[in-house]
Design a protein around this ligand. Structure first.
Ligand code: EPU
Length: 414
């Protein structure tokens, strides 16, 4: 696939777009199959680069994955514990879920550090502290991390930060631990609920996912299951923002509106009129948009993953908008790219100030990370003239069939 996306701006987008399943749920669910003793069948798996890499990593563990459209049949019956030192481990953040899953299954894991979008420092100390609380020992050498335990014993674990990754990783490691593990100040993101419901179908005993206290009662074995993955709330949010930017009654299908409460509230505050149905959102009118201030927070607060796409829209809204980023204080690289297109955004550590009411023009820009790429697509659609987005591979990591979906809506994109 080409590494450059070209967009000719100015087209009005119409019709409907179907949202794919959640990347951040799927990238936890695939490694979790390491814990299963039988076949797991997954439906609605998004066709994105991160999933292709995870399928390869599962293969290295001798887990057979059969792909049939968006369905995966994953057979872990011949699983073998190997050192995950393949360079692809570095290609995505979610490879860190092999730590929890393999520690749970084999009481041992040795692998490279995870990669992922460069959003500033992304430590994994809370994951490791969690594993240690369960009785594991962590050793780090030459880029590899080795975690081992004679046995894992449930414990009370308080997370200093409600981290999505640490909550999921501890859940994975604790499924087979002896006794009860309680995660306090757990993250509440919907993707955590989805993983927990799948693990419970397989025989795990996890309660409280979606609240700040999760308990996991250890079991001896997980069987197989069939699971449909939840819709991607960030992809949905991206297309809803796009609909407000350049749509005419554009409808976004396969949405769980409850997962998008903070975005929908902000769009309403901006003056965007929407029809919010049980599983869709149609943007009815966005002709008079005014500025808003946003602060990113853990769920159900405003998602950090949506502040970048929303910034593109705020360039158009009248007035000054302030964005405060409390999750990743360096997640502002998109602002410099948007400025190349005629935006007027000032950036300081942890915040940006968007002077709105600007008309954007096409330019050559770079997708520095996945959601920066999404912001640039929205900006490119709004801009006059042609926009070239380099390093588009970041976008393919997380947005399923993005070119096809945009074309179907009437965008001129290649
Ligand atoms: N943190 C620590 N120590 C840790 C773990 C996290 O200090 O051990 C800090 C992070 O540096 C950050 C905050 O805690 O400041 C929250 O990080 P979290 O662990 O929740 O993030 P993550 O699990 O690494 C996931 C998503 C991100 C999304 C964040 C926040 C996946 C694979 N990634 O990352 O998604 O931005 O939660 O919601 O689920 C994306 O999809 O574009 C993306 C970056």
């Amino acid at each position: 696939m080409s590494e450059t996306i070209k967009i000719k701006g100015g087209n009005i987008l119409r019709g409907e777009v179907d949202i794919s399943s959640s990347k951040n749920a799927a990238v936890a669910i695939l490694p979790s199959v390491v814990l299963a003793s039988e076949i797991v069948k997954l439906y609605d798996v998004p066709n994105i680069k991160d999933i292709q890499v995870l399928i390869k990593l599962l293969g290295l563990l001798h887990i057979k994955v059969q792909v049939d459209g968006d369905a995966l049949t994953i057979d872990p019956t011949n699983i073998e514990e190997v050192v995950l030192d393949d360079p692809d481990v570095n290609k995505l953040r979610a490879s860190y879920y092999f730590m929890g899953a393999m520690l749970g299954r084999f009481k041992h894991v040795k692998m490279l550090y995870p990669g992922g979008c460069n959003l500033g420092p992304r430590p994994i100390d809370l994951h490791l502290k969690g594993f240690e609380s369960l009785g594991a020992t962590v050793r780090q050498e030459e880029g590899l991390i080795e975690i081992s335990a004679e046995k894992l014993i449930g414990d009370d674990i308080y997370l200093d930060i409600a981290s999505v990754g640490a909550t999921i990783n501890i859940m994975l490691a604790a499924v087979f631990a002896e006794g009860r593990t309680t995660i306090k100040n757990a993250a509440k993101e919907p993707e955590i609920i989805d993983l927990s419901s799948m693990l419970n179908k397989m025989g795990a005993v996890i309660r409280g996912a979606g609240t700040s206290e999760i308990t996991i009662d250890g079991v001896k074995r997980l069987k197989g299951c069939i699971h449909d993955i939840i819709p991607d709330r960030i992809e949905a949010g991206t297309y809803i923002i796009m609909a407000a930017a350049v749509g005419d009654h554009m409808r976004v299908n396969n949405v769980i509106p409850q997962h998008l409460g903070s975005l929908l509230a902000k769009l309403e505050e901006m003056g965007v009129k929407m029809d919010v149905g049980i599983d869709y959102v149609t943007v009815l009118d966005s002709s008079h948009m005014k500025s808003v201030d946003i602060e990113t927070l853990p769920f159900p607060g405003f998602a950090t993953d949506l502040q970048q796409p929303l910034t593109a829209l705020l360039c158009k809204a009248e007035g000054d908008s302030k964005v405060t980023e409390t999750i990743y204080e360096e997640r502002f690289k998109h602002c410099y790219e948007l400025n190349k297109m005629g935006a007027d955004i000032e950036v300081e550590t942890g915040r940006s100030l968007i002077h709105g009411g600007k008309s954007l023009h096409g330019a050559s820009v770079r997708a520095t990370d996945l959601r920066c790429g999404a912001a640039l697509i929205i900006a490119g659609l709004m801009a006059e003239g042609e926009t070239e987005i380099f390093d588009a591979y970041h976008i393919y990591r997380g947005y399923d069939s993005v070119i096809e979906k945009l074309r179907k809506l009437g965008a001129e994109v290649e």
